[in-house]
Write a protein that binds this ligand. Sequence first.
Ligand code: C2O
Ligand code: CU
Ligand code: CU
Length: 421
Amino acid sequence: SNNEKEVVYTVRAQKGETEIFDGIKTKTYGYNGAFLGPVLRLSKGDTVKIRLINELDEVTTFHWHGLEVPGKVDGGPHTVIKPEEEEPIEFKVTQEASTLWFHPHPKGNTAEQVYNGLAGLIYIEDDNSKSLGLPNEYGENDIPLIFQDKTFDDEKQLNYSAAMNEDGTIGDTLLINGTLNPKLTVKKEKVRLRLLNGSNARNYTFKLNTGDSFVQVATDGGFLNKPVTLKELSLTPSERAEIIVDFSQLNTEKGLALINENESILLPFEVTDQRGEDSNLPGEMNNFSITEEEMNLPVTKKVEFFGMMDKVTINGKKFDAERIDFTQKQGVTEVWEIYNKPDAMGGMIHPVHIHGTQFKIISRNGEAPPENERGWKDSISLKPEERVKIAIQFKDKGVYMIHCHILEHEDNGMMAQIKVE
Ligand code: C2O
Ligand code: CU
Ligand code: CU
């Protein structure tokens, strides 16, 4: 069984300097360091105590994206920590193994703080994840990859306003785990890549340059029931996926890389001659299911995302911290319909995220979701005119956010509040 232990962390939001470009110090933000953050390792059943410390000159919050925790420790815009202040929080890990992340969420200033470097990962393990035999040597054959795009000024400083486009920041420089021009050296073996689209506004479609397939094993909030073979995989901001690439099976003669939709190289691989472990992929990984009852529930909430630039709304309104937009009973499953309403220009993709829960996608435009979305999700990409039904319940009480994870849309008010009581 999962042994219940107590895990204690201190997480400091701080300023620092990072050598992103050779010999140049770039001013950055980070958690427990100058840039990005540590991996917080949790296990299902743990009681977690975290000291949150704000060493910035501005207010911040500490939001645990994907964690099923009470609203008061979720780190939304209400739970502000002032400069020089600290706050202890405590919660229990009640959900299954998954790769989550954490980032700030202060009202109107989330995007720039994330852009400056505030983002870290959370790994949850459980009995199942330990028994599956998936690659799990951190940094060897189990690699986190945080994709973020930035724009730097002539002094090689992060320049938020220079990266600003109509619908959010689109940087001209890709960083992976905060590194410029990264290269990943791997053995001839199966390697697990934990992909996080940590960008403010950019979407990625991951492919191998050789056209070979890979398998997806996990969604935002847990393992898929079976590995899903894919040739490409799209992630909108805040979505995660764990994929396995089998480097023992790939032809490396012409070079190997993860590429984007437009064929641009995201991450080149160097495959050494060393043979690694010869592990088999598990056939069964999880018992995720949508019950008949959930399928047949009537829609009780309709949530309409509309607009572009700073004219973005949910159900026709902009965020108001004083207004509760939806209520739901703790532990009760409801079906929500989320709709991306196009405008005269056609509209755009909105990645819709809900705090404090992992939900199930019942349908996309009336049809079953693709195989690699039949697992726990906390963020879902909606194209213009798409209508998605989700089954959703909250294990805890409190006030939670639903918002577009284009962080500039979120800061511009494409966010609403759900009170769970
Ligand atoms: Cu990634 Cu409101 O959060
Ligand atoms: Cu979140
Ligand atoms: Cu949006």
